[in-house]
Every structure is written in C-alpha cells, then in structure tokens.
Ligand binder design. Structure first.
Ligand code: HAX
Length: 441
C-alpha cells in the first residue's frame, strides 16, 4: 500500500470507530426540526448528510478541515518561489485530515504525474464531438469515456468484498484527479487554439502543469491556478456538484460515473456555470455602453435592467453564505497584488461596491453579497484567457479534489445508498392539518 493510502486507512478506521460509538450512544438524539417550507425550498438548512472534508459557516465562509483560506495560504506548502498553496497539499489535508509536510506534497505531485496518462481513445471521443459543443459537455463526455479505466467497476464485476470498496475508490480518485488537467487542457487547446496541443511538463506541480498544458507560462497565471484550484475544491457536501457526486456514488456507481454526475450539476448557471455568466454579463455591459470602464451609475442601471428582465445578477447570492464569500476576498487580494490597475478587475470591484446595496433592497433575496464566481473570470482575462465558456471546466478540475476525497471517505465509512423520503402535497397537507384526503397519495 502507498504511504498516503496507508495513512488514510488508519484515519478512516479511527473515524469509523468514532462514528459507531456516536451512533450507539446518541443515535436517538434529535439534531433539528424540518419545517414544511424547507421541503419545498430546496431542503435549505436541513442537515441530511455527512461530509468530512470541509464545513461552511454562513457568516465566516468555508473551512477545510478547520482551516480558513488565509490559514491555508499560510500553512500549506508552496511551489518554489511561490506564495499560493499547492492544491496537492489541500487534497492531502481533506483526505487524511492532517496538514501535509513538504515531502508529502512532493510525493503527491509525483504520484499524480505517474498516474496522468490519458488513453488516446479519450481524445478521439472528444474529437468526435462538434467543436461548438460546450466545453463542459466535452469534459463530461471525456470523463465518461475514461470510465472504462475504473478499477472499482472492474473489481466489483469480479465480486469485491465491501471492505475493499474504499481501496478501489481511492485508486480511481487518484487516477481521475491525475488525468483531469490533461483532458481539460486538451479541450481548451482543441476548441480555442486550433488543436495545437502542448505536452505535459513532468517537472511541474499539478496546477502549474495544468497552466502549462493550456499554454500559459506566466508565473503569475501558474500561481493563480494554484490558488484557484485550492479555493474552488470544496464547499461542504450539500452543493449540487458535491451532493450529486455523493448521491450517485451511494449507488456504488464508480468514481468516474459519480464525478461525471457532479460535473453535470456544476454545469448549471445557478452553480458553477455562474463563473462564465459573470464575465459574459460584464462584457455585454461594456459593449452596450461602448466603454471598458463603466461608472457606478451605468452599473446600477444595468443591474436594474437585469432584474427587470427576470434574470439573476450572476455571481451574487448564495444558498448558505450570508456575507461576502472569503473565496471572493482571496481573489480580490490576488488582484490587488498582481493587477491593481486592470480595468476589468476594477469593474468587478465597482460591481461589488454597487450590487449588494441594490439586492439588499429586494426583500426575497437572502444574501446580496458576492460569491466565488463574481471574481474568478476577471483574473483569468487578465492573463489572456478570455474564452469564458471554458471557465466552468477549470472549476470542475478543482472540484474533483474535494468531491473525490469525500467519495473515498463515503466508501471507507460504508455509507449506505442515499434514499430520502419524498411525499406528495396531499400527503403533506394531511400531515399538517390532520385531515384525511379522499384519494390516497
Ligand atoms: N439576482 C437576482 N435574484 C436573486 C439573486 C441574484 N443574484 N439571488 C437570489 N435571487 C432571488 C432568487 O432567484 C429567488 O427568487 P424567486 O423566489 O423569484 O425564485 C429569491 O431571490 C430567493 O433566493 P435566495 O433564497 O436568496 O437564494 P437561493 O438559496 O434560492 O439561491 C443562488 C442561491 C446562488 C442560486 C442565487 O443567489 C442565484 O441565483 N445567484 C446568481 C447565480 C450565481 O451566482 N450562482 C453561483 C452560486 C455559487 C456557486 O454555487 N458557485 O458555483
């Protein structure tokens, strides 16, 4: 067994014992009540699943295994000469539950390098799609074609003992994470750079190599990718991409099938696709006013028009957060350090100084503050990545770190198939009024 796998197994055994004891001592205790409105409103606030890798506080934002983003920036190993955390370190932290050493991170980089070979038929599958296909469609289909490599599926077909599920899930997760940057970079170069592909550089870290394969050699862009991959990796378990991965995995669908399900969810405009929508929305504003530097008044008018057309203001609002997303703040800090005078980045900041006041005056909107997607695109454009339809693929590569670490935990903890109870409106009515209905639900 590899070093990381060994450490994971030891930790998983400890946590399994803790959970067994917790359930046996406190299994009958109530941890909350469910209101009828929550049943209709996307189960908001309902505690219904366990995710060990990160926890989201509405006021403070995300903590990964207890660490905030600024803490991660301080404590996780960095690339030589760099300031941003290496995503390898965050993956180790989420998986093993402890901060990694420099050596652990170097080891993980080389493990992923070793596992990163993508079979040619995956590229052929991508090539079979029209070039106009959305990058997220190409990404999901490529992941599905790679599913033929699943160890979990092969071993299950042979008759795997349930005690070994975690082991096969672990190997699939590592292989998939190692290969995703190559696939994503291939899609980028195919769609936007005339199919002029770039071979991996075996000396670079996971995110640095990803930047290189997409054709971005600027050290600033590599640092951005390290930060980007870290802050987009996980946001506890209830968001659509994490929950979809977990849900599909609970049927013992292998990690490739489960992750593809999560990516289909990430491709929705209320979730990960919001990052492309933000830049599209700002580009449209610039085009409309014929200027790269919209004033506060022009932004106000544009926001009001967006709302009057029954559309959402992309990058603003959140199902759980009630303050500015610390992932937005981390990107703003990056912008202040590397590109304080960039006009698009400044527009993002002006939007930030304009939108919350307008949204706060709309009673139904629970959170007027920016989320992660409000900022990311402007940083990418600064380095020349203007093809905003590709942005959600970057998010998807990053998200693999959290949801796949969680999926390995799911199998190690022996979590069962997920199957909440659904009811009809008539059944609910009967439950709350006590009145029997004539026709059964
Ligand atoms: N602009 C306009 N209206 C908004 C809004 C926004 N930014 N945010 C919320 N609202 C509206 C909702 O559409 C909803 O209206 P209806 O009742 O008419 O349907 C109402 O306000 C109540 O919504 P809420 O309770 O405040 O928010 P939800 O938990 O239902 O939804 C969303 C959270 C993130 C989906 C929502 O804020 C939104 O659509 N934001 C814009 C899209 C976006 O940025 N998504 C990315 C979120 C972060 C993420 O997942 N990144 O990947």
């Amino acid at each position: 067994m590899g070093v990381i796998k060994d450490r994971f197994k030891q930790k998983a055994d400890e946590v399994t014992a803790e959970i067994k004891e917790l359930i046996s001592e406190h299994g009958d205790k109530k941890i909350g009540e469910i209101k009828l409105s929550q049943v209709y409103q996307g189960m908001r606030g309902m505690i219904g699943l366990v995710t060990e890798t990160s926890l989201l506080d509405p006021q403070e934002g995300i903590r990964f295994r207890g660490y905030s983003i600024p803490e991660l920036q301080q404590k996780l190993p960095k690339a030589p000469g760099g300031n941003e955390p290496l995503p390898e370190g965050l993956f180790y932290l989420m998986l093993v539950g402890e901060l990694p050493t420099e050596e652990d991170v170097t080891h993980l980089t080389s493990v992923w390098q070793r596992r990163s070979h993508v079979p040619n038929y995956v590229f052929d599958t991508i090539e079979a799609l029209p070039i106009t296909a959305h990058p997220m469609t190409q990404f999901v289909i490529a992941i599905m074609s790679l599913q033929t490599q699943s160890q979990f599926a092969k071993l299950y077909a042979k008759g795997m003992n349930k005690k070994d599920y975690w082991n096969a899930a672990f190997d699939d997760a590592m292989d998939l994470i190692a290969r995703l940057p190559r696939i994503a970079a291939y899609i980028y170069r195919r769609k936007y750079k005339g199919g002029d592909h770039i071979q991996p550089n075996g000396l670079l870290d996971w995110a640095g190599n990803f930047a290189h394969m997409m054709g971005y050699e600027d050290e600033g862009f590599k640092e951005l990718m390290r930060l980007y991959m870290t802050i987009h990796s996980d946001h506890e378990g209830g968001n659509v991409s994490a929950h979809a991965t977990h849900l599909v995995g609970s049927a013992l669908s292998d990690p490739y099938l489960s992750f593809a399900a999560g990516m289909n969810g990430l491709a929705g405009p209320l979730h990960g696709l919001a990052n492309q929508e933000v830049i599209k929305w700002i580009f449209e504003l610039r085009e409309r006013i014929g200027s790269e530097t919209p004033t506060k008044e022009q932004i106000t008018e544009y926001v009001k028009q967006t709302l009057s057309e029954g559309k959402v203001v992309p990058g603003y609002g959140h199902a759980v957060l009630r303050k500015t997303d610390p992932r937005f703040t981390a990107q703003m800090e990056f912008g202040k350090k590397h590109m304080p005078d960039d006009p698009l980045v400044n527009t993002v900041w002006n939007v930030y100084h304009t939108v919350p006041e307008i949204l706060s005056n709309i009673a139904k909107i629970k959170n007027p503050w920016p989320n992660v997607d409000a900022h990311s695109g402007a940083l990418l454009v600064h380095y020349g990545m203007v093809e905003y339809e590709f942005y959600t693929v970057l998010f998807g590569v990053a998200r693999s770190l959290g949801v796949l670490a969680s999926l390995v935990w799911d199998r190690a903890l022996g979590l069962p198939i997920e199957r909440p109870k659904s009811v009809t409106t008539k059944a609910l009515l009967k439950r709350v009024t006590g009145e029997a209905e004539d026709d059964d639900e």
